[in-house]
Design a protein around this ligand. Structure first.
Ligand code: UD1
Ligand code: CA
Length: 466
C-alpha cells in the first residue's frame, strides 16, 4: 500500500483583533521568534517545504516577508471569512494530497512529535477528521469537543465557547485548532458550512458535526501536554507562552551544566547555546544566534545579541554586544558596547565605557577606559590609554586605523584615519596623530609645554594690591 501523501496547512490570515496591534497576530513574537515561524519550523520537521501551505490574508505581504520559509507555498485568503473559509481557499492547491493536517498560526508551542502522533493516529483510526484536543486547567474561550460517549474516540461536534448551552458549560476537552482531515470527504462536505453563528463566519470546527452526520468517522486525540496546544490571542497569553518557552530554555541549559541565578529574570532565546560551567547572573539577556563557550561569567544587566563568545570570557555588568566575536579569556566591561563586526582577540580587555565597531582587536590588547575604536585593525599586545579615539569618519566616508603589534597609545590621543601605527610604535599622551608612525618610533602630536617661572605668584600679588 502506498503511504498517503500529507500536506500541512497553516492558518495565518487572521488579523488578531484581540491584540489591538497594528502588527498581524502571527508576527508577534514569543521566545524571540514570530508565532508563525514557530509553526513553520515544526511543520518543516514533518513534511517537505513544498507540502506546506500557509494561508495568509491580513497584511499578507508583510507576513510573507517576515518569516524564513525556504520553499513553502503561500495561499491568499483575500477576505477573512473564518477558519472554514480559509481551508476552502486551499482546495485547488491541495487536490493531489490524500490527507491534510491543519495547524494554527497562533498555536506556537506545537512540536513535530505531536503533529506526527496526530497523523499516525488519524491513519490508524481511518478517520475523515481527527481533532487534537487537550484538557487544560482553564478551558474558557476555546471550542469544546463533544465525544459520542465518555471514553469513546468518536466525536459528534465541536461547540464554540459562545454557543455552549448551560449543560455544556462544564465540558473540559478543548479543541486545539489542530486537525487531520482526509481531503476527499473534507472537500466533498465543506460547502455545507454556514455563517449562522455568533461571528457570522465559516467555522472549520463545524466540519466535525457535518462529517459525523454524513456518516464519516470523526475522532479526537488528547495531547499529552496541554501546554503545547495553548493559543495566543492576547498579549497576556503570548507572554505566558513566552515565559513557558524561556523556562524550557533555561531548564535545558541548566541540565547542560550552565548555572543560572534567578533564571526567571533572564531572557534567553531558544536558539542560544551556552557551554558547561558558565555562570549567568540575574537579569542577563542572551538573544538570537548567540553562542557562549564554557567557563564564562556573564554579569547582571548585560545584553548579548547574535554574538559568539569563546571559553572563559568575563562579561562584567551592563555590557551590550551585537554581532560581536570574543576570544577565549577576554574581559569586557563594565559598560562596554561592542557593535556589529567587533572581533575581540583572546585575553583582550575592553573596559569601562569603551565602544567598538567594525574593529579587530588582537590577542592580549587592552583598551580599558573611555575609548572609541571604529573601523580599526589592532594587533596583539597593544595598550590604548584612557580616552583614545579613532577618528574614523570625515563626515562623508569611513576610514581605517591600522595598528601593529605591541603599540602603546597614550591617554587622550586621537588617531585621525586613515592612519597606520607600525609595530612597537609609541604615541605620547594627548597626541593628535594625522601621519603614519614608523615601527618603534615615538610620535608626539601636540604643542610643547612652556613653563613661566613665578607667573602664578606674581599674579596673586597683583590681585592683592587692587
Ligand atoms: C479557534 C477554534 C476554536 C479553538 C481555537 C484554538 C474556530 C471557529 N474556532 O478559535 O474551536 O478552540 O481556535 O486555539 O476555528 N484564520 C484565518 N482566516 C480566517 C480566520 C482565522 O486564517 O478567516 C486563522 C487565524 O490567523 C489564526 C487561526 O486561523 O491563526 C485561528 O483563528 P482564531 O480567530 O484565532 O480562532 P479562535 O477564536 O482562537
Ligand atoms: Ca486563536
Amino acid at each position: 500500500m502506498k503511504t498517503p501523501r500529507f500536506a500541512i496547512a497553516i492558518l495565518a490570515a487572521g488579523k488578531g483583533t484581540r491584540l489591538h496591534s497594528k502588527r498581524p497576530k502571527v508576527l508577534h513574537t514569543v521566545a524571540g521568534k514570530p508565532l508563525l515561524q514557530h509553526v513553520i519550523d515544526a511543520a518543516l520537521q514533518v513534511v517537505a517545504p513544498q507540502e506546506i501551505f500557509v494561508i495568509v490574508g491580513h497584511q499578507a505581504e508583510s507576513v510573507q516577508q517576515a518569516v524564513v520559509h525556504t520553499g513553502v507555498h503561500f495561499v491568499l485568503q483575500a477576505e477573512q471569512r473564518g477558519t472554514g473559509h480559509a481551508v476552502q481557499c486551499l482546495a485547488p492547491a491541495v487536490q493531489g494530497f490524500d490527507d491534510l493536517l491543519v495547524l494554527s498560526g497562533d498555536v506556537p508551542l506545537i512540536t513535530a512529535e505531536t503533529i506526527t502522533k496526530l497523523r499516525d493516529f488519524h491513519l490508524q483510526q481511518k478517520a475523515a477528521m481527527t481533532i487534537l484536543t487537550a484538557l487544560p486547567e482553564n478551558p474558557f474561550g476555546y471550542g469544546r469537543v463533544l465525544r459520542t460517549a465518555p471514553g469513546q474516540a468518536e466525536v459528534q461536534a465541536i461547540v464554540e465557547q459562545k454557543a455552549l448551552t448551560a449543560a455544556q458549560q462544564d465540558a473540559r476537552e478543548i479543541n486545539s485548532g489542530i486537525y487531520a482531515f482526509r481531503t476527499q470527504p473534507l472537500f466533498a462536505e465543506i460547502s455545507k458550512l454556514t455563517t449562522s453563528n455568533a461571528h457570522g463566519e465559516y467555522y472549520l470546527t463545524d466540519m466535525a458535526a457535518i462529517l459525523h452526520r454524513a456518516g464519516e468517522r470523526v475522532v479526537a486525540l488528547a495531547a499529552d501536554d496541554a501546554n503545547q496546544v495553548l493559543g495566543a490571542n492576547t498579549i497576556a497569553e503570548m507572554m505566558q507562552l513566552d515565559a513557558a518557552m524561556r523556562r524550557a530554555t533555561t531548564e535545558r541549559l541548566m541540565a547542560q551544566g550552565v548555572t543560572i541565578f534567578r533564571p526567571e529574570t533572564c531572557v534567553i532565546d531558544a536558539s542560544v547555546e551556552v557551554g558547561a560551567d558558565t555562570v549567568l547572573e540575574p537579569f542577563v539577556q542572551l538573544l538570537g544566534a548567540t553562542r557562549i563557550g564554557s567557563g564564562c561569567r556573564i554579569r547582571s544587566y548585560s545584553v548579548i545579541q547574535d554574538s559568539a563568545l569563546g571559553d572563559g570570557v568575563l562579561v562584567r555588568n551592563g555590557c551590550v554586544l551585537e554581532r560581536a566575536t570574543v576570544g577565549d579569556g577576554a574581559l569586557l566591561g563594565p559598560y562596554a558596547h561592542l557593535r556589529p563586526e567587533s572581533k575581540i582577540g583572546k585575553a583582550a580587555h575592553i573596559g569601562n565605557f569603551v565602544e567598538t565597531k567594525s574593529a579587530v582587536i588582537g590577542a592580549g590588547s587592552k583598551a580599558n577606559h573611555l575609548t572609541y575604536i571604529g573601523n580599526a585593525e589592532i594587533g596583539a599586545g597593544c595598550n590604548l590609554g584612557a580616552g583614545v579615539i579613532t577618528c574614523n569618519y570625515d563626515g562623508v566616508h569611513k576610514h581605517t586605523t591600522k595598528i601593529g603589534d605591541g603599540v602603546f597609545v597614550g591617554s587622550d590621543s586621537t588617531l585621525v584615519a586613515p592612519v597606520t601605527l607600525a609595530d612597537g610604535a609609541y604615541v605620547a599622551a594627548g597626541s593628535c596623530i594625522t601621519d603614519d608612525v614608523p615601527a618603534d618610533a615615538l610620535a608626539l602630536g601636540r604643542a610643547r609645554q612652556v613653563n613661566k617661572p613665578e607667573w602664578a605668584r606674581k599674579r596673586r600679588a597683583m590681585q592683592q594690591k587692587k
